[in-house]
Design a protein around this ligand. Structure first.
Ligand code: FUB
Length: 456
């Protein structure tokens, strides 16, 4: 993908600005963000649009995390279609929730058993997996409307699973989170509950009896239940309904993210509160080569109105502000980034996730790095190169900022033959800075892969 990216002046200034955080994953296309807060970390579960796709031919789900809302760590793909023996296509919008120390990962995918869509559930012991199919069969199966699961565990312990396009279904999950009691319920979509159909609906979208289209996001706050969803057919905006009960009746409350220039005809939202701040996640087509089948996740901080209703939220390039700093004296994974240019990530069993596709001029920005009062003495990084390597220029505050360290990386005899390289720092850098790892080397070939770095 990177070879054909032409960076315009506007794009470059967006990349280089300290607050340009959306879309907040640049190493691949990511979709349908589902946030989950656990143990001081915010995780986002996503789908993955393949490069060059002409439909939602999606193969895997991915996980990203942050502790500061500006630097995101790529945890790779802990779950894919092949983890479900009964699934064969369309790894669409997921959500993961925790209960009693187990993590339940709900996903829609195409079922070999019925030839239609189904919803499966995988379970793991950590938010980043590994996950495995919890029951060896779909939870629900056999309807093209069975997509986009969302799960919420109410205060009384009852968990609800909502899903559907263009219908809205729900079941009451049992305490095991992998089975349900009673029937599959269909929510009656009245205009009062979900809004009037858009007059702009295309003839073929007239099946949308009202505003609701897909991508429900269900939760409770201050005693009120919220159902957010993609609305209006194609293209989609985000709207919501509220209720005093987890199963309705619902009252249509209006738009949250109106139709606007997102570059994607779908939208899909998730909401989480982290360190006291509510965040609205959604997707756009705003990366280079992005579009309707090449989407990217984004986030906006917001405040609820005093009565618990939503403000209008518009997409921005700035995204979230930092809520913490990053410690450069701890080992920092290469795949922890506020922004990157030209890079991809890969994963394997030994190394986990690492940064690859590194060429001359590519870079990683890490934001809000706290060097504290002292100046670092050395910079080290673990890298591997099947060719001749290159170097890492560590720059402060901007891509053209002062060079604090220059680390030569030689060939190591293989792209996964890792070696730790170390160099002295050129100057002291107390305080909080944005850090740029600028990769240098011969023009053309890949230089090396990067596993982690740290200062001493
Ligand atoms: O990502 C595939 C599908 O596109 C999702 O399931 C829908 O919500 C829409 O975002």
């Amino acid at each position: 993908m990177r070879k054909s990216i032409i960076i315009s002046v506007g794009m470059l200034s967006c990349i280089l600005s300290a607050s340009a955080d959306n879309p907040f994953v640049q190493t691949c296309f990511t979709t349908d963000p589902a946030p989950m807060v656990h143990d001081g970390t915010l995780y986002v579960y996503t789908g993955h649009d393949e490069d060059g796709a002409d439909f939602f031919w999606m193969q895997e789900w991915r996980v990203y995390s942050t502790k500061d809302m500006v630097n995101w760590t790529d945890h790779g793909s802990p779950l894919a279609i092949e983890d479900f023996s009964w699934g064969d296509d369309r790894a669409w919008a997921p959500q993961c929730v925790e209960r009693n120390g187990k993590f339940y990962f709900y996903v829609p995918l195409h079922s070999k058993l019925t030839g239609a869509m189904a919803i499966g559930v995988a379970v793991g012991d950590s938010p980043t997996g590994p996950f495995k199919d919890a029951i060896g069969k779909p939870l629900v199966d056999g309807d093209w409307a069975y997509i986009d699961p969302t799960v919420y565990i109410d205060d009384d312990g009852q968990a609800y699973l909502y899903w559907g396009n263009p219908e809205i279904f729900y079941v009451k999950l049992n305490d095991d989170m992998v089975s349900y009691s009673g029937d599959v319920n269909v929510v009656e979509q009245t205009v009062e509950g979900f809004g009037a159909p858009s007059p702009k609906l295309r003839e073929k979208d007239k099946k949308y009896k009202d505003n609701y289209t897909e991508g429900p996001w269900f939760y409770k706050r201050n005693g009120k239940y919220y159902l957010l969803y993609a609305a209006g057919g194609v293209p989609e905006h985000i709207a919501y309904s509220m209720s005093d009960s987890p199963t309705g009746p619902w009252k249509y409350m209006g738009e949250i993210m109106p139709l606007c220039d997102t570059g994607s005809f779908t939208n899909h939202c998730g909401v989480a509160e982290f360190k006291g701040q509510p965040y609205f996640f959604y997707h756009t087509g705003k990366l280079p080569k992005g579009g309707g089948f090449a989407r990217s996740i984004a986030v906006e901080p917001f405040e609820y109105n005093a009565d618990g209703t939503f403000p209008t939220i518009m997409p921005t390039e700035e995204g979230a502000k930092a809520v913490d700093t990053l410690n450069p004296y701890d080992r920092v994974e290469g795949e922890t980034m506020a922004w990157s240019n030209g890079l991809k990530t890969k994963q394997n069993a030994q190394t986990g996730v690492y940064v690859t596709d590194i060429h001359d001029g590519d870079f990683i920005k890490v934001a809000n790095v706290n060097f504290m009062s002292g100046g670092p003495k050395t910079f080290e990084a673990r890298a591997a190169s099947g060719l001749r390597g290159g170097s890492i220029e560590v720059r402060m505050d901007s891509i053209g900022g002062p060079v604090v360290a220059e680390l030569p990386v030689t060939g190591t005899g293989g792209w996964e033959t890792w070696q730790t390289f170390k160099t002295s720092c050129k100057s002291e850098v107390p305080g909080v800075h944005d850090l740029y790892l600028l990769f240098k080397g011969r023009k053309g070939p890949e230089l090396f892969n990067l596993d982690w770095w740290r200062f001493e």
